[in-house]
Design a protein around this ligand. Structure first.
Ligand code: ADP
Ligand code: ZN
Ligand code: ZN
Length: 712
């Protein structure tokens, strides 16, 4: 008897129609098995899929099997146990929810890597053993209470804990309990950025390896080599890994005995993939927790408004349990730094650093303390311009200006990469006096060094510097850290006290523990208050809270630490709430605004983005597809309600309308009912596909649906 086996393979060619191909096999193949199958003239690795559908709504388009003349399966991949049904369900749910093919979600993750590394499968993991047995500290009362709730309840939990309140310690001990109670349990811990994994990995290894062995803790992130990632993947799938630490991709790790999922810094936009299958790893973690019966703990000092809303009182409809840890731990119970707002309307016009801030910095440096200065633009100046004729350094491929980088005297487009040398004269009129507009990290670094040129580092007198050494200003941003290991080296210099002032982008706000920093300054954060992106205030608040958490980590210095905000709107409610470090007050006011405006989490959104040679074609595609949706679906039985519940906005150019000579447009789709939006999107997919063939859409390059979009 010939069995028909649906197999999930990842091929770009099949991405559009759904990646399940049917193959023949002489005997049944257990679902989840990794199989070698012919595809065209080559062989690839796929996953034997279950044919049963979880529910009737399962997207017919994605699960429809295609029958390519039923070629036989070449064989099972030796030495790999089948993927469990929970994992397959996770992938199939994610594909339906995010309107992508399953292969898009798992392809890069798995099959290709397995195929490329099939030889290694039999080899055991080879990881260095670290033996730094770490004492388990006695928990504070707040930590104990949170841990007790996590043990007693079923979750999901939102651990709302100040920076330095000891959230990581709670994760560690929650994981320890799970592992000691269930001999084969596994724990997944996610962090938003690769840069945060080494610190965390060291802490988890020190705690778990002595008891659970050298391969009990593995990492999974895009900074690892393919063989490394494969080893981690296999160790979690069938080997000794009990704890997986990783970035958003780790949500798809195969962990057959998963019992606890931690999403640290759950508010971080990096959990939402910004290309390809645009999934939210945080949201999938919650879904996965339900599927696998694993508890989910979301942690943050500034939760996403969604999670905050979901963790309101149960009586008001809250679904998550909110756990509070407001106090910072450590000797002297470091207080959060004092927040000062400088009213820039009363400062000398054009001042980058206001006189009071500069004075405060000089005092700090004079005492041997460090300052951190934030500015959210890298480069020297965002625009180069000619006052004589009005020329500006526009990118010829994008609707953006090219940024002036003084260090190598280039103009660089931060969107498409187009770079060339800076001209000595205006390219339009030949004027020799071209100037800059706005300031980036490079210029602020240079400016601060000039302003502090007369200052000497305390206690640095030597034969070479009888009066002491000049102050050291350093910069950390995407440019200064491009080389591998550069960030670590620069961080080490800061930690080692070799730097007095550190200038940087938000890159330095996250997770790093700067013990000697006692002054943090945001010199121009107002932009987020006027942004068209309705999430910008939320991100600014969280960034400034995180930045504040960088100051005063050293108990002996903590009490006198300060955060300085230079603003033209000192009375703005965001800064007023920030001054009190009152996230709940900020969140309540934001949620009220969102509710009044019918924005998420009070509505659900999807964005269809189209890219084309011309803006007309991109918009024509969106307009045609939405018109077709209305006319076709209106005739369908029982669809009146769905169509009434879903609102399609007009097609508009994207904020960045043109990137690398590609025109971009988008259309927002919104509904107060998530189910209706999902049904609509699933039914709309085939209509979108056929719309691209219309003559008006000639020049369309690609389109994609982004469910629960976040603009970053
Ligand atoms: P968070 O993740 O909330 O920012 P961490 O878990 O990193 O906080 O804790 C901050 C610092 O306090 C760390 O150096 C950690 O080792 C220490 N710490 C955490 N919990 C305790 C405790 N119960 N007793 C002593 N030190 C603790
Ligand atoms: Zn000119
Ligand atoms: Zn460009």
């Amino acid at each position: 008897m010939v069995h028909h086996i649906p197999v999930l393979v990842h091929t770009p060619a099949h991405a559009a129609i759904g990646p399940l191909l049917t193959y023949a096999a002489g005997e049944g193949v257990p679902p989840g098995s990794l199989v070698r199958v012919p595809l065209g003239s080559r062989e690839t690795v796929g996953i034997a899929w279950t044919t049963q559908r979880r529910d009737e709504d399962a997207g017919a388009a994605t699960l429809e099997a295609e029958v390519p003349g039923l070629r036989p399966i070449a064989g099972l991949l030796e030495g790999v146990t089948p993927l469990c049904s929970g994992w397959c369900q996770l992938v199939s749910f994610a594909a339906q929810y995010y309107q992508r093919s399953m292969g898009d979600l798992t392809g890069q993750q798995l099959a290709r890597r397995l195929a490329a590394n099939a030889k290694q499968l039999a080899q055991g993991p080879a990881q260095p053993v670290t033996r730094a047995d770490q004492e388990t500290p006695a928990l504070t009362p707040e930590q104990s209470a949170a841990l007790a709730r996590i043990q007693a309840g079923s979750g999901p939990f939102l651990l709302f804990g100040a920076t330095g309140s000891g959230k990581t310690e709670v994760y560690l001990q929650a994981a320890m309990r799970v592992l000691s109670e269930q001999p084969d349990a596994q724990v997944l811990v996610m962090v938003p950025e690769i840069n945060l994994t080494p610190q965390l990995e060291a802490r988890f290894r020190a705690r778990f390896e002595p008891q659970y062995g050298p391969s009990s803790v593995v990492s999974m992130h895009s900074g690892m080599s393919n063989p490394q990632r494969l080893r981690s993947w296999l160790a979690a799938h069938q080997g000794p890994a009990r704890i997986v630490l990783g970035t958003r991709m780790a949500v798809f790790a195969s962990m057959p005995r998963l019992r606890l999922i931690v999403v640290d810094e759950e508010h971080d936009p990096s959990y939402k993939s910004s290309e390809g299958a645009r999934y939210s790893a945080r949201d999938l973690a919650l879904y996965r927790g339900r599927l696998d019966g694993a508890k989910v703990v979301l942690g943050s000092a500034t939760p996403s408004l969604e999670s905050w809303h979901h963790s309101r009182e149960a009586a008001q409809g809250g679904r998550y349990e909110r756990l509070l840890m407001p106090s910072r731990v450590g000797q002297g119970a470091m207080a959060l730094p004092l927040l000062r707002r400088v009213d820039m309307t009363h400062q000398p016009k054009g001042a980058v650093l206001s006189p009071p801030l500069l004075d405060a910095m000089r005092q700090r440096i004079g005492r041997g303390e460090q300052c951190l200065v934030f500015i959210n633009r890298r480069g020297y100046a965002p625009v180069l311009r000619c006052d004589a004729c009005g020329w500006k350094s526009a990118c010829s491929h994008c609707s953006a200006f090219r940024v002036f980088h003084k260090i190598d005297r280039t103009l660089r487009c931060h969107h498409c990469g187009f770079t060339d040398k800076v001209l000595q004269a205006c390219p339009e009129c030949g004027n020799l006096d071209i100037g800059t507009q706005g300031r980036g990290t490079e210029q602020v670094e240079e400016h601060i060094a000039e302003l502090l040129a007369d200052l000497r580092r305390p206690g640095s007198q030597s034969a070479e510097f009888p009066d002491g050494e000049p102050v050291r200003v350093a910069r950390i941003d995407a440019d200064s850290t491009r080389l591998k290991g550069a960030l670590q080296a620069q961080m080490a210099a800061v930690h080692g006290g070799e730097v007095d002032v550190l200038v940087g982008t938000q890159m330095i706000a996250k997770g790093h523990d700067f013990r000697r920093v006692t002054l943090v300054a945001a010199i121009n954060p107002d932009g987020a208050l006027y942004s068209v992106d309705y999430r910008a205030p939320e991100r600014l608040f969280s960034l400034l809270m995180q930045a504040a958490g960088r100051a005063g980590r050293d108990a002996s210095l903590g009490a006198q630490s300060e955060v300085w905000i230079q603003t033209h709107q000192p009375a703005h409610p965001l800064y007023a709430a920030l001054k009190q470090y009152d996230y709940p007050a900020f969140a309540e006011s934001q949620l009220q605004e969102r509710q009044q405006a019918g924005m998420p989490p009070f509505s659900f959104q999807a964005l269809v983005r189209a890219e084309a040679r011309t803006q007309e074609a991109a918009q024509a595609f969106l307009v045609a597809a939405s018109a077709a949706a209305r006319s076709e679906m209106a005739a369908w039985e029982g669809w009146t309600e769905i169509l009434q519940a879903v609102f399609l906005y007009s097609a508009v150019p994207m904020g960045m309308q043109r990137v690398a000579n590609v025109e971009r447009a988008q259309m927002l789709v919104e509904s107060a009912n998530r189910g209706a939006l999902q049904k609509f999107l699933a039914a709309w997919q085939p209509i979108l596909h056929s719309s691209r063939k219309l003559p008006a859409c000639k020049g369309l390059i690609r389109w994609a649906i982004d469910v629960d979009p976040v603009l970053v």
